[in-house]
Write a protein that binds this ligand. Structure first.
Ligand SMILES: Cc1cc2nc3c(=O)[nH]c(=O)nc-3n(C[C@H](O)[C@H](O)[C@H](O)COP(=O)(O)OP(=O)(O)OC[C@H]3O[C@@H](n4cnc5c(N)ncnc54)[C@H](O)[C@@H]3O)c2cc1C
Length: 393
């Protein structure tokens, strides 16, 4: 079996690469170890509404669970800041359908798609990487390919097999735990985020509404914490008197929030998405970054195949670092600064920040916001707060 490209992993990044390369007329095989692509989900399913246009994905009601108009954040003592638009700003997806439909779009563009196919090793001949070895419905198969894409998520093995250094220490990952459950009393037009060192160390608790009374309710905390994410989520639910007898799903996962990969390509293997730690380090959202990187990678795969020059693949690393790298480094700096905040600091900042400030912070465009905060008496009076902010400039 021979293809131009084999893509390992059909989450978000993989199908976008497969679709774009197949569209250009090259042969592509997209594989995933899951028997049903998209299931189970490991996601809160929130994404900015602009992605559909940017990545040419139909705005299809089959996977758009709910339209969202903004966000409300809560400080440890209960101060809130809100960002509310009069038009749709984001959506809560149904990822089980979304991921499957992305694979369907890849198939429609010409790619072959195999579910229940787990890549277990690289295929090497005379020291060269020639493809992958996989278990396809329990049978061992060898798939030859000119280019291999490791889109195999946070626990990626394929990039490492090729010698790409994807190591990051445990502190650069969040541990996430989530219930899809019945929950009432939260404005279903907004996403809700709670911050605080006793609530969610380093991270936040989220309620992402999927219905008036159904939501993904989850938490992300630093994965090297001595307590578990489940411990903190259950504590928060109990302290807020939220009944936990109607739980429809439990989702667990790791989220990379740092540890970006310097060299994204080795020989004819490229890494993309969570496997390459391409995730927003402040809010832990990875779908946008996975699609953005997939887009860049697909462009260079097509060029490399058209010009029969695999060296061109290296331009993916260069372009990703030029286009996304600076923003990601700024966000990482912001994440590290946020880790130093006490609960009192969070209370102060939430009182001082407006909705648009929050948007700028989450997108990494924080210079103006930080400069304005530094002039406020509540910040000026605290040498420590001032130093945390100064380090961001
Ligand atoms: C609890 C939680 C909540 C989250 N919430 C959000 C959110 O609200 N918004 C957001 O943008 N991001 C969120 N994220 C992050 C987001 O889910 C990921 O960033 C995104 O899915 C990354 O896409 P990907 O294609 O790189 O990897 P994945 O979506 O993880 O896909 C990787 C695929 O590879 C397959 N695979 C792995 N190994 C092999 C193998 N050896 N052979 C074949 N197939 C293999 C897996 O089965 C999987 O389908 C959340 C993550 C978690 C854990």
């Amino acid at each position: 079996m021979k293809y131009d490209v084999v893509v390992v992993g059909s989450g978000v990044a993989g199908p976008i690469v497969a679709r774009d390369v197949a569209k250009a007329g090259f042969s592509v095989l997209l594989v995933d170890k899951k028997p049903a692509i998209g299931t189970p989900k490991q996601c809160a399913e929130g994404i900015n509404v602009n992605v559909f246009k940017e990545f040419d994905i139909p705005y299809d009601k089959r996977f758009i669970n709910r339209e969202i108009y903004g966000a409300r954040i809560y400080s440890p003592s209960g101060y809130t800041a809100e960002l509310r638009y009069d038009k749709v700003s984001g959506v809560i997806l149904e990822r089980k359908v979304f991921d499957k439909m992305l694979a369907y779009y890849a198939a429609k563009a010409g790619a072959d798609v195999w579910a229940r196919t787990e890549v277990i090793d690289l295929l090497r001949k005379e020291g060269k990487i020639m493809g992958v070895k996989a278990k396809h419905e329990g049978e061992l198969v060898e798939i030859e390919a000119k280019i291999i894409v490791a889109a195999d998520g946070v626990e990626s093995t394929v990039a490492r097999l090729a010698g790409i250094n994807t190591y990051a220490p445990p502190h650069e990952f969040d541990s996430a735990y989530e219930y899809e459950m019945i929950i009432e009393g939260y404005d279903p037009d907004l996403i809700h985020l709670w911050f605080g060192n006793e609530i969610a160390p380093r991270g936040y608790v989220w309620v992402f509404p999927k219905d008036e009374d159904r939501a993904n309710v989850g938490i992300g905390i630093n994965s090297d914490n001595e307590k578990t994410a489940k411990y903190y989520l259950d504590k928060w639910l109990k302290e807020n008197n939220i009944p936990t007898k109607k739980i429809l799903e439990i989702n667990v996962g790791l989220v990379p929030v740092g540890g970006f990969v310097r060299e994204l390509v080795k020989e004819n293997v490229a890494v993309v998405g969570d496997a390459a730690r391409q995730v927003n380090p402040v809010h832990g959202g990875g779908m946008y970054e996975a699609m953005k990187a997939a887009n860049i990678l697909a462009k260079w795969i097509v060029k490399a195949l058209e010009e029969e020059n695999l060296e061109l693949l290296k331009n993916y690393t260069k372009e990703w670092w030029e286009v996304e790298g600076p923003k990601m480094e700024r966000l990482l700096k912001l994440r590290r600064a946020m880790e130093k905040l006490t609960d009192e600091d969070i209370d102060v900042f939430v009182q001082l920040l407006g909705g648009t400030d929050l948007e700028k912070l989450a997108g990494g465009n924080y210079f103006e916001v930080v400069k304005a905060l530094m002039k406020h008496p509540k910040v000026l009076m605290s040498k420590r707060r001032l130093e945390i902010l100064k380090a961001l400039l």
